[in-house]
Design a binder for this molecule. Structure first.
Ligand SMILES: C[S@@+](CC[C@H](N)C(=O)[O-])C[C@H]1O[C@@H](n2cnc3c(N)ncnc32)[C@H](O)[C@@H]1O
Length: 151
């Protein structure tokens, strides 16, 4: 996926995806060439950045997938600049029983964020993200929490 994203956004290649088996036809798009964009791969629990180095961190549909969500959040805190912002969106569809106990309801997650040291700047529950399934407009609706935090 990173290779394809690089071809599409950085190299400006046309992308063509066959979605006829989902009733969605052939999707073809050409993106503009974005020269200042780089893709990388790393573990969320071990980001390849220095402390206090990042202006903006955006995490989408990730924290509930981690084996240790708190470790991932602590790592975001470590690399975020004191003036930086971190934006997280997650359906909180946790994988493990202990994660439900530790981070649900969302007020518990808010306590964890404050315990790590984050300041909560914005907080919205009930953001519904629709994931299309097919050409009949069937979809999965993910009820998400979205928040913005700083240091
Ligand atoms: C539900 S997908 C979300 C993908 C994308 N961020 C989005 O919003 O469409 C979860 C992604 O998290 C990645 N992931 C799972 N554990 C991870 C970890 N420990 N560190 C970094 N990425 C991880 C998976 O490989 C997968 O690509």
């Amino acid at each position: 996926m990173l290779k394809r994203a690089n071809e599409f956004y950085v190299e400006g290649q046309e992308i063509s995806i066959d979605l006829t088996d989902k009733g969605l036809g052939q999707l073809t798009r050409k993106e503009e060439h974005l020269k200042n964009l780089k893709f990388g791969l790393a573990k969320a629990e071990k980001l390849p950045f220095d402390e206090n180095s990042q202006d903006l961190i955006v995490s989408s549909f990730l924290i509930d997938r981690l084996d240790d969500p708190r470790k991932g959040l602590e790592e975001m805190f470590r690399v975020l600049k004191p003036t930086g912002k971190c934006i997280v969106v997650s359906p909180l569809n946790f994988k493990k029983k202990e994660h439900w106990e530790l981070y649900y309801p969302a007020s518990q997650l808010s306590d964890v964020l404050k315990d790590i040291g984050f300041e909560i700047l914005d907080w919205q529950e009930d953001i519904v993200v629709e994931e299309p399934l097919d050409g009949r407009e069937n979809f999965v609706g993910w009820r998400c929490l979205g928040f913005v935090v700083g240091k």
